[in-house]
Each structure stands twice: as C-alpha cells, then as structure tokens.
Design a protein around this ligand. Structure first.
Ligand code: ZN
Length: 87
C-alpha cells in the first residue's frame, strides 16, 4: 500500500508548461573571444612570445601557439599586448 501512494504523487507532468523565455539568444550566440588564459614555455617560440599570456582566441600571436604547446593559466607572465587590441 505504501508503495502505491508514493507512485501516485510521483508523476511530474505538471512541469511541462513551464515558461522557457529565460534564454537570451543574442547572448547565447554572441562570439566569445575571451577564453581561459594560456601561455607557452616551448623553445619553439621567440622569447617575446614566451613572456606573455593570452586570453583571446582572436589574438594573432596567441593563434601562432600550437595546441600541444599551450599551457593553461597565466604562468605569472605579462598580459599579451595583442590580446588587448583585439576584441
Ligand atoms: Zn595574445
């Protein structure tokens, strides 16, 4: 008897008509150029590129760093000047 009572109140269909206008399409589809900071310590790159970190995926210098050479975080380095110029 106990089980049957719990089953009867357990149907969740009453949530089907909840309003779904919370999402703002403009925000969802806006290009996100700011990314998690990354840097590189790889000797493949000139010192100028090794002493800064990037946080934009549109940065021309950051794009030169291959995925396998990217390290997550700022590495206690300076912020890349090019990242400051691009949006
Ligand atoms: Zn950069």
């Amino acid at each position: 008897m106990y089980c049957r009572v719990l089953f009867d109140v357990g149907t969740l269909n009453f949530e089907r008509d909840a309003p779904v206008h919370a999402l703002n399409p403009k925000e969802v589809f806006a290009p996100m150029s700011t990314i998690e900071p990354f840097h590189t310590d790889s000797p493949e790159y000139p010192p100028k590129h090794r002493e800064v970190y990037h946080d934009k995926n549109t940065c021309p210098d950051g794009k030169k760093i291959k995925d396998e050479h990217r390290k997550i975080g700022t590495g206690n380095k300076k912020h890349c000047l090019e990242c400051g110029k691009v949006s």
